[in-house]
Design a binder for this molecule. Structure first.
Ligand SMILES: O=C[C@H](O)[C@H](O)COP(=O)(O)O
Ligand SMILES: C=C(OP(=O)(O)O)C(=O)O
Length: 357
């Protein structure tokens, strides 16, 4: 028999998903979590506006795959955050969606059980529960906004969002980011191009109209106001780092040329450390020295850190997973994280309060 269909030829199935409204009814944010998010967003805005002298550091696992390990990490981070809070503002990386260069595990929302069962509905529940627990714990949280629909389910718990190197040039992501309630960092491109990020900043500050869903899950026309708190994130690319003072100065010039605020975050991981986690503390130290030498544009850092140093492939038998070890990019260990952050705080504690005057 001839198949005359002209659509859905490559679709295997379409399964309805819980609506954002329903997920939030099942798992409402609490007063404590809302207060934590509001406070975190205000601090980040104040840092970007130079009303708060601190530097914020987005620090935590490359991806979350184990809720217990994430909570253990968060407990340690909260203590460290308190200890360094006069100089540094620590925001935990809670990344549930991973962009892949080709293919691979796409994160806890997409495949929460890491066994190709793709239980996205469970993934959304697990992610939201964890975000609520961590926000109630008093930690500001960050994530990569990768899927253009998932922010409707989770963004109320997020203090800072990233648009990744693979999507900074995407109009869909710029539109989505123009409506995000958090500040948003745009990575430079994987080839090292900064222009895609400065173009993104010009786009995201403007209102957009595009297709999305409302809280009830209905396909809708979304009209945004524009997000005034976009900034660049330098992550290296094209086989080269871009955190050094020459590249920072070039980024400052590019921002000035486009009339954009001089707000630069340095991602110490990815191509800035040649994907070797052991190099991240060296990048942190280099950036610290640039600030000591008078740099005024670096307002934030990103660090990929976990309970244990390094990474592992996802094993065929999940019982063989090592606790506290990344299943995506390699991370520095908790001990290395504490040392590097304490060292940065000690070197900058007398300098940052005078930096904006
Ligand atoms: O941060 C994580 C990875 O660098 C990103 O998801 C790309 O990973 P991949 O190149 O291994 O697919
Ligand atoms: C994927 C990430 O980074 P990038 O977009 O810079 O590759 C990340 O920070 O998890």
């Amino acid at each position: 028999m001839t198949d005359n269909r002209v659509e859905d030829l490559n679709i295997e199935s379409i399964v309805p998903l819980i609506t954002p409204e329903q997920l939030k009814t099942d798992m409402p944010s609490s007063e404590a979590a809302v207060a934590s998010v509001q406070n975190g967003r205000q601090v980040v805005r104040d840092i970007l506006d130079r009303k708060d002298h601190r530097i914020f550091i987005v620090v935590g696992p490359c991806s979350i795959h184990d809720v217990d390990a994430a909570k253990e990490y968060a407990a340690r981070l909260r203590d460290l955050a308190e200890e360094v809070s006069d100089t540094l503002y620590l925001v935990m990386r809670v990344y549930f969606e991973k962009p892949r260069t080709t293919v691979g595990w796409k994160g806890l929302i997409n495949d929460p059980y890491m066994n190709d069962t793709f239980k996205i509905q469970d993934g959304l529940h697990i992610a939201r529960r964890l975000l609520i627990d961590l926000a109630e714990f008093g930690l500001p949280l960050s994530t990569e906004a990768l899927d253009p629909i998932s922010p409707q389910y989770l963004q109320d718990l997020i203090t800072w969002s990233a648009i990744g190197a693979r999507t900074t040039e995407s109009q869909t992501h710029r539109e989505m980011a123009s409506g995000l309630s958090s500040a948003v960092g745009f990575k430079n491109g994987t080839d090292g191009s900064l222009t895609v990020a400065t173009n993104a900043l010009m786009s995201v500050a403007n209102p957009h109209r595009f297709l999305g869903i409302d809280q009830g899950g209905k396909v809708s026309i979304v009209s945004t106001k524009g997000n005034p708190y976009g900034h660049v994130v330098l992550r290296g690319g094209g086989g080269k780092p871009n955190y050094d003072s020459v590249n920072i100065s070039l980024a400052e010039q590019a921002l000035a040329k486009s009339d954009l605020a001089q707000n630069i975050m340095v991602d110490c991981s990815h191509e800035n450390s040649n994907k070797n986690p052991a190099l991240q503390p060296l990048v942190m130290d280099n950036v610290t020295n640039q600030i000591l030498e008078g740099n005024k544009s670096i307002i934030g850092l990103m660090v990929e850190s976990n309970l244990k140093h390094g990474r592992q492939n996802i094993p065929a038998n999940l019982d063989d997973l090592e606790y506290g070890l990344s299943v995506t990019d390699g991370c520095i260990s908790w001990e290395e994280t504490e040392d590097a952050i304490r060292s940065m705080r000690n070197k900058l504690k007398d300098v940052l309060p005078k930096r904006n005057s």
